[in-house]
Design a protein around this ligand. Structure first.
Ligand SMILES: Nc1ncnc2c1ncn2[C@@H]1O[C@H](COP(=O)(O)OP(=O)(O)OP(=O)(O)O)[C@@H](O)[C@H]1O
Ligand SMILES: [Mg+2]
Length: 305
């Protein structure tokens, strides 16, 4: 399948400063792809280059196979995006805003406008002025705007900023529907791993303008086998079942075992019943969060730049 988005060795320099450094990645049809990184990492800059709001210094970006530099109009016609704050006319109603926006694209029918309003859940308030809208309602209208022309790639920069948990959940559900039912691809950015984990199929970790890692979220969520280290007193022949039933690896002060979390209590109980001194058990396999903190060293929360 052709990638919906392909970044090839993309760099951005402003003055002497390298803001994006040789970034390469691709996004497949139907996936939710996350840009995850601390403040100042370069998420918005990358997005601005993808949507054509900012020139690329080096490298190229292709959208549905079309170069943003050589076939600008066709390339961006496949994109719907909200970068930072969506532009809206606050003195007009939500509906009037959508009509304005629809004019910028060919062939957006009245039916399409209504369909989009329905899908973002704004039917009841669409004829009120945007200045009376809450933040969440503005987000919905922003989403409606960029869905009008049925883009292949939807890009949302920090879509959950300022939303309450219910709003966040709704965005998540909407993205699922758009990708899994309509086959659209979505890029979202955030500095919050917990959100990204729930929303994305894959996550690119960006730091200091570089791509540090791309993680498949499923690899973390689907593995039910976790690694545990169990610290014990001496293990003698009375616990041969440890190796036979559990396939443990004997260590100096105990053993390590691969198991599902729910299985651990039974294992520990049987150990105690066998008269083994038990000092402790801990999970050692890395969660995505451990990995993320390790990679980005964000624990200190400093802004890079
Ligand atoms: N026009 C500009 N001129 C100079 N530096 C810039 C410009 N735009 C962005 N930068 C710098 O580029 C770096 C990346 O900024 P960017 O806005 O892309 O980060 P971000 O990952 O979106 O951060 P946040 O999570 O805070 O939104 C920052 O150090 C920023 O100060
Ligand atoms: Mg940003």
């Amino acid at each position: 399948m052709e990638a919906v988005l392909k970044l090839e060795n993309v760099s951005k320099k402003i003055g002497k400063k390298t803001i994006i450094d040789n970034l390469s990645l691709s996004v497949q049809p139907g996936e939710v792809f996350g840009f995850l990184g601390p403040n100042g990492a370069g998420k918005t800059t990358t997005i601005r280059m993808i949507v054509g709001l900012m020139k690329i210094t080096q490298g190229d970006i292709a959208i549905c196979g079309k170069s943003i530099q050589k076939d600008f109009e066709e390339a961006v016609s496949h994109i719907g995006a909200i970068v930072e704050n969506p532009e809206m006319y606050k003195h007009l109603t939500g509906y009037q805003n959508l009509v304005q926006y629809a004019r910028m694209h060919k062939g957006v029918s009245k039916e399409r406008i209504n369909e989009v309003i329905q899908s973002v859940g704004l039917t009841n308030r669409i004829n009120e002025k945007v200045k009376t809208y809450s933040l969440g309602m503005r987000q919905r209208l922003g989403l409606a705007q960029c869905l009008l022309h049925e883009p292949k790639l939807l890009i949302l920069d920090e879509p959950t900023n300022g939303l309450d948990p219910a709003g966040i959940r709704e965005i998540r559900d909407q993205l699922r529907t758009l990708t899994k039912e309509k086959g659209m691809s979505v890029i979202v950015s955030s500095h919050l791993l917990s959100e990204m984990e729930m929303m994305c199929d894959r996550i690119a970790i960006i730091q200091n303008g570089r791509l540090v890692d791309v993680q498949n979220v499923k690899d973390f969520l689907d593995t039910d086998q976790l690694a545990f280290v169990v610290e014990t007193g001496p293990l003698d022949n009375s616990v041969t079942w440890l190796k036979e039933d559990w396939g443990v690896e004997i260590l100096e002060n105990g053993f390590s075992v691969l198991a599902r979390k729910e299985e651990i209590p039974a294992l520990l109980k049987r150990l105690i019943d066998s008269g083994v001194d038990l000092y402790g058990a801990k999970q050692v396999s890395k969660s995505l969060e451990d990995r993320f903190l390790e990679i980005t060293d964000m624990a200190g929360g400093q802004i890079n730049g």
